[in-house]
Design a protein around this ligand. Structure first.
Ligand code: ZN
Length: 244
């Protein structure tokens, strides 16, 4: 007998299975250690580019700076929620100095290593987008097509960002090096289009990038919640929503 299920139901079932796997993982001492041990991080945040690599540019805004501001705001938001988070960079510098050929690939490889060595259970790579069509706007979340946990996390985060931006975008598959290479489920968030003058202006506003960080944080919590013990602050949801 062939049972036909809709794509949405199928994805719901797969997400349920992933969350069950996370729940079982939570029972393992390894995951408990991540939360309970000081200095260990649960979520790794990767602000794209840095230093010589400015990323895309819109007006006078360089992507690397917007990425870092959102990343720092997200780390702060997660800290208030009781989720220890780390950063692949916390200032304006590249992970691989300018000079030798292959710098970009080595920079990305170092980010992957930092994510894996951190012991994090998920990672979020933060970028901004650019298009020759200056009317394009809104945040977009990418997952690796071969990683179902990555897709579930992307779905949760895209849902929150859609609510913030008033859009109905679906999370999308993306074969990015960092998503393909890291042995930790992760997503790549394009926070908005620097090529869109109105969105660029919003991304200069501290309240807006704090709101973006809050939306990403809520998506992470939705994804992690089944695995979290009631004793952690995050178990009851959302920390004080500063600046949102
Ligand atoms: Zn970028």
């Amino acid at each position: 007998m062939v049972v036909i299920v809709s794509r949405r139901v199928y994805h719901g079932l797969i997400c349920g299975a992933v969350l069950l796997a996370l729940l079982l993982l939570w029972r393992s001492p390894a995951i408990r250690k991540v939360i309970s041990k000081p200095g260990r991080v649960m979520v790794m945040i990767d602000p794209g580019h840095g230093g010589v690599d400015g990323g895309c540019q819109g007006g006078s805004m360089q992507e690397k700076n917007v990425n870092l501001r959102i990343a720092l705001a997200l780390k702060d938001w997660l800290k208030q929620a009781g989720i220890p988070a780390g950063l692949t960079r916390d200032g304006d510098y590249p992970l691989e100095p300018f000079g030798r050929p292959g710098r970009h690939r080595r920079d990305l490889t170092k980010r992957v290593r930092l994510i894996e060595d951190s012991g994090a259970v998920v990672f979020i790579s933060i970028h901004c987008d650019w298009s020759s069509d200056s009317s394009r706007y809104g945040p977009a979340v990418f997952y690796h097509p071969n990683n179902e946990a990555s897709r579930c996390l992307a779905q949760a985060v895209q849902h929150q960002l859609n609510q913030l931006a008033g859009i109905t975008r679906r999370e999308a598959p993306g074969d990015y090096f960092i998503l393909r290479t890291a042995r930790v489920p992760g997503i790549l968030v394009e926070a908005g289009f620097l090529s869109n003058p109105a969105e660029r202006l919003r991304l200069q506003d501290q309240r807006y990038f704090a709101a973006i960080a809050g939306a990403i944080g809520r998506g992470i919590i939705t994804y992690l919640q089944p695995t979290l013990p009631k004793s952690t602050a995050v178990a009851f949801g959302h920390p004080k929503q500063r600046g949102e």
